[in-house]
Design a protein around this ligand. Structure first.
Ligand code: ARG
Ligand code: GLU
Length: 719
């Protein structure tokens, strides 16, 4: 009896009452949340946030660069996003003479703003429920394959028909794992220019060391502007284009935040998986992530060793390090969070309660065997997921292998290949070589290669290993002997050899390329993957999607019975969402409590001219020493830098506006606390917090640090 109560209690606390601060809500359906939001302190209506008839806040939020969020902060299309979201463009525009990464960049007039060809800002105009039309023709008896086909065809048809009636770009997205479909009308801005960025030691202060971690002191912002044709159309870059006049832009609050204040975040979360069965959560957190974390940790150790020795190598491997390190650190947080929170046990209790509920009524027959089916299918899936993980975290981390892949087309050239085509391939390979060798350090690659191949051999059974690895086991004394031979024989580890090849390329050289051991190794592992792994992954993941669709439908029914007033929120899918929660610190572990904000004092405490991530410029130190904060100081007199709140965010929410009870801009979301990264799988309000840079620090840097006061003058400031 006690046990039943206990598990029921756990289930209720995990699931039945979606807690106030959990959830990423579809703005169009926000009426359902209005009462709760207002009870939590919101002073505006949801119509102010999302309206299709009147201008509303949604007219000031964009998907930035296909992976982040940005918000419009002036009536001239000025846009804020994170520094790490603008990073590629800052790098793109940087040269030795104009090193904007190091020194920052501030356009003091429209003419100085820098075009960014290919960069887009996407604005949602409206959304429509098209579920019935997408599922037209799907019957009870329709098989999984038929269903997929019908859905695909219906989507194509709806988009084609609607395109004739609108200038907006259309997409139809699945929500609730294929139970709902919405058509989204987007305006895609194609002329977005770079306006400003702080130097990296502000925009990336703390670097990878502080990444995912609270307390945080990163001024993670950069500034862009949307341009349109003189007629107001979203067109490609043109000299005659003019700054975009938005229907809405966010007023900026200088009031700061207090513990307990209501906030909401408006942006584009990419992907969550909140409705998985326990077997899936267990596989993710206890099988797959530990492998990735372990392997990446070992690679990063090798990077670190060489990066510490040589400043040139430090720069060469900075971006690779950041990339590998971001996932590595996040997944460690997920594993620990799931274990501390007993996430798998809670999901398991829910699975049981769900099956029991399914048992009570005949109409729930479709759900009865679901958990059993999941257990079976995920068990089948596991070896293939591991195989995929090993491939991507080992063999594909050997840089010379993936670089060699760029030469595969040249290896196929024959004497009948038209010269133009050869020239084009050579030019492409030359470009790839330029990019590759700029940031390549062979001793790192060679050491990584020996380590990862040994790991692959040790941890994957022979029939799950590409032939190459079995050859190494049979024919070489050890992995090191193979790796030494590989690097001695391949031409792809040497810039000189590659240039020689390309300078004098003739069709007769194709054979030599084809026989290069690095290219052969690459092809061998990929062939294995495409023949032995990928087809099984595809087949099983289709089965899983189908089960998950039914499970999701069941969870929605189950939930609606207990909780008729509050809907369930759909998993993130890169569509516009609103999430809300209160400002507040938290206690990550026994005896430790984190305050909800950080200040410039903390930057000075972390300052270390010897460590790249913690360099502070003289200019910032001067402003700190003279306390020259102007109107951007908090009422306590200090300069606040970042703060945390209980908003349910994920990757893609970077750059999202975080707003106060009046809908005024408080800051830019840029990260989550490490302890709470499991929130993509299961949400615990006591530790899942989003991290934002305080907008007053942003304005202080623009105004006092950089003197770009002309930008401040464009904004609507609420003192
Ligand atoms: N953790 C943040 C995100 O997932 C920031 C990553 C960029 N910053 C960094 N130091 N690598 O995207
Ligand atoms: N830094 C993440 C991004 O680029 C946001 C952090 C998170 O995953 O919540 O979107």
């Amino acid at each position: 009896m006690k046990k039943i109560f206990l598990s029921l209690f756990i289930v209720m606390s995990v699931f039945m009452n979606v807690r106030a601060d959990e959830g990423m809500w579809i703005p169009m359906l926000l009426q359902n949340n209005e009462k709760e939001m207002q009870e939590m302190g919101m002073n505006i209506t949801v119509e102010d946030i999302y309206s299709i008839n009147n201008s509303s806040m949604k007219d000031a939020v964009v998907l930035f660069g296909g992976g982040c969020t940005g918000e419009i902060v002036s009536d001239k299309g000025l846009l804020f996003t994170n520094h790490h979201c603008g990073f590629d463009w800052i790098q793109h525009h940087s040269t030795v003479e104009h090193d904007y990464l190091t020194d920052g960049f501030w356009a003091m007039s429209f003419e100085e703003e820098l075009p960014c060809p290919g960069l887009t800002a996407v604005m949602l105009k409206k959304m429509e429920d098209v579920t019935d039309r997408v599922l037209a023709g799907v019957e009870k008896s329709t098989t999984t394959e038929e269903r997929a086909e019908i859905v695909k065809n219906n989507i194509a048809k709806i988009i084609e028909e609607t395109s004739a009636t609108t200038d907006y770009e259309l997409e139809i997205k699945s929500f609730y794992h294929g139970n709902k479909y919405y058509m989204i009308y987007n305006e895609v801005f194609k002329d977005v220019r770079m306006v400003g960025t702080p130097p990296s030691n502000i925009g990336k202060f703390g670097g990878d060391t502080d990444n995912w971690v609270w307390p945080r002191h990163t001024g993670d912002f950069s500034i862009f502007r949307i341009y349109v044709s003189p007629e107001g159309k979203a067109v490609e870059y043109n000299e005659d284009n003019v700054p975009y006049k938005p229907a809405y832009h966010f007023p900026i609050s200088l009031k700061g935040v207090e513990e307990g204040d209501f906030t909401f975040v408006f942006g584009y979360p990419a992907r969550t998986n909140e409705y998985l069965p326990s077997v899936a959560v267990n596989q993710e957190a206890n099988v797959i992530y530990p492998v990735s974390v372990d392997l990446r940790g070992k690679i990063l150790d090798i990077y670190n060793k060489y990066q510490e020795k040589d400043p040139k190598v430090r720069i060469q491997y900075a971006s690779k390090h950041a990339h590998l390190g971001n996932g590595w650190k996040k997944w460690m947080g997920v594993i620990e969070g799931i274990n501390n929170f007993k996430g798998v046990e809670k999901k398991h209790a829910f699975d049981k309660a769900f099956t029991k509920w399914a048992n009570y009524s005949r109409s729930r027959g479709a759900y009865l065997e679901l958990i059993k089916d999941f257990n079976r299918v995920y068990a089948e899936y596991e070896p293939y997921r591991l195989a995929t993980t090993y491939l991507s975290e080992t063999a594909l981390q050997i840089e010379v292998l993936t670089f060699a892949a760029n030469f595969n087309a040249l290896a196929q050239v024959t004497k009948d290949t038209p010269q133009e085509q050869i020239d084009a391939l050579v030019a492409e390979a030359r470009e790839a070589a330029k990019v590759f060798f700029k940031d390549y350090y062979q001793p790192i690659d060679q050491e990584v290669a020996a380590m990862v191949l040994q790991e692959y051999i040790n941890n994957q059974p022979a029939d799950f290993r590409p032939e190459l690895l079995n050859t190494i086991v049979e024919k070489y004394d050890n992995v090191q002997a193979y790796v030494d031979e590989l690097f001695a024989k391949t031409m792809f580890a040497s810039e000189e050899n590659v240039n020689n090849l390309l300078d004098n390329f003739k069709a007769s050289k194709a054979k030599k390329i084809a026989k290069d051991p690095a290219l052969m190794a690459y092809k061998n592992v990929m062939d294995f993957y495409f023949t032995n792994v990928r087809p099984n992954v595809a087949k099983i993941s289709n089965e899983i999607s189908e089960l998950q669709r039914i499970f999701m439908r069941g969870q929605m029914e189950f939930h609606a019975e207990q909780n008729p007033d509050k809907m369930m929120y759909p998993d993130a899918n890169f569509s516009l969402r609103v999430t809300y929660g209160k400002v507040g610190g938290f206690s990550p572990r026994d005896a430790v409590h984190y305050k909800h904000y950080t200040t410039l004092d903390g930057i000075m405490q972390k300052e270390n001219p010897e460590i790249y991530d913690y360099v502070v410029t003289d200019r910032l130190r001067e402003l700190y020493e003279t306390k020259d904060y102007g109107r951007y100081a908090d009422k306590d007199g200090s300069m606040h830098v970042a703060f945390i709140a209980g908003n349910h965010t994920t990757g893609g929410n970077s750059g999202s506006p975080i707003l106060n009870a009046d809908g005024h801009l408080l800051g830019l979301n840029f990260d989550r606390t490490w302890e709470g990264t499991m929130s993509d799988l299961i949400y615990d309000p006591s530790i899942c917090k989003n991290i934002s840079v305080d907008v007053r620090y942003v304005l202080f840097i623009i105004d006092k640090y950089a003197g770009a006061t002309c930008l401040i003058d464009e904004m609507t400031i609420v003192e």
